[in-house]
Design a protein around this ligand. Structure first.
Ligand code: FES
Length: 109
């Protein structure tokens, strides 16, 4: 596992999302009540950024293009039209630093 530092914790306040990039991938970091989760940034239904064009409500992000919803913990679809899950990524906090392992994205079983 290779974790890369992506941001300071203050850049992702609770209820917010931040797009980060590394290893040729764009990942959305979501802060759900102080707990961080990371998914692929692009909606699986279209070319749309979930960190910039999504609404985070609890642990669910709604894509603002067609209102599909995903669980940010598992990447699974909660509300269509998307039918494919998001890849999720390991995320780690060390002090104020946030790290993501861009090589370890996977689809939750
Ligand atoms: Fe996200 Fe259609 S592009 S729901």
């Amino acid at each position: 596992m290779t974790f890369s530092r992506v941001c300071d914790l203050s850049e992702v306040p609770a209820g917010e999302a931040l797009k980060v990039a590394g290893g040729g991938k764009e990942v959305a970091i979501f802060n759900v009540n102080g707990e961080l989760f990371a998914t692929q940034d692009r909606c699986t239904h279209g070319d749309w950024s979930l960190s910039e064009g999504g609404y985070l409500d609890g642990g669910v992000v709604e894509c603002s293009l067609h209102m599909g919803k995903f669980c940010v913990r598992t990447g699974k679809v909660k509300t269509p039209p998307p039918c494919e899950s998001l890849e999720i990524y390991p995320v780690r906090i060390d002090g104020r630093d946030v790290f993501v392992d861009f090589d370890a994205g996977y689809l939750a079983p």
